[in-house]
Design a binder for this molecule. Structure first.
Ligand code: XMP
Length: 215
């Protein structure tokens, strides 16, 4: 099993100054912390990847960095539904400067006749971002398509600046070149749940991030 020592390289680009060092998630714990069997569905176990206390510590550091970087700026944190809700709630309570919170929902649809995907943005809970310094918060950077499309979308809406923050960054899957300005943890290429992330809309409530395993 691959081991993920702490202290990976920081995010590059403009965000490097801000990002600090994204932490490598710890090795997968061998213990199944959460196991469920329902009806005739296969048993599913969640193996601990990042503990509640590690997430708390990391968000505290990220919050302090954001607070320093946005002092005296009109900050709006735009969180991507639904996966970033729990990170949003914990992160904003570490930031002690005035800020606004907005929510967007992004759904991608694959064309019936082509492989091209279209991202549809629902802004029902997004106030006007024109002239604001926007920090876009998502749960996980996987291929990078969602984050980069939303950055362009927010710039089109007149945001003064747009930076990005992610709780997790999956290694080896990115196809769109975007460097998050703030990154919580770099994780291996595995499907993760918990702390906002779901499988079939379940597991979001787990206070830690884990890897879903069947059996
Ligand atoms: P892209 O590929 O656009 O994807 O960077 C970002 C979105 O994909 C979802 N995603 C995951 N959700 N466990 C999840 O629960 C995962 O391991 C995972 N990988 C990607 C997520 O909604 C994210 O916002």
């Amino acid at each position: 099993m691959r081991s993920w020592a702490s202290g990976s390289g920081p995010a590059r680009g403009e965000g490097q100054r801000n990002a600090g060092r994204a932490h490598r998630a710890a090795s997968f714990a061998r213990i199944a912390f959460f196991r469920s069997t329902r009806g005739n569905q296969p048993a599913v176990a969640v193996e601990l990847l990042i503990s509640e206390s590690k997430i708390r510590d990391r968000l505290e550091v990220m919050g302090r960095q954001i607070q320093g970087d946005y002092r005296d700026k009109p900050l709006t944190i735009v969180a991507v539904l639904t996966g970033s809700l729990i990170a949003l709630a914990d992160l904003v309570r570490q930031i002690r400067i005035p800020l606004r919170i907005a929510l967007v929902q992004a759904s991608s649809y694959r064309g019936a006749t082509t492989n091209a995907t279209t991202l549809v943005v629902n802004e029902a809970f997004a106030p006007d971002v024109a002239g604001r310094d926007v920090l876009l918060l998502d749960d996980i950077l996987d291929t990078g398509q969602t984050l980069s499309a939303l950055v362009e979308h927010l710039k089109d809406r007149g945001a003064a600046t747009v930076r990005t923050a992610v709780l997790l960054r999956k290694i080896g899957r990115q196809i769109v070149p975007i460097e998050p300005d703030y990154c919580g943890f770099v994780i291996p290429d595995a499907f993760v749940v918990g702390y906002g992330l779901d499988y079939n809309d379940e597991y979001r409530h787990l206070p830690y991030v884990g890897v879903l395993r069947e059996g």
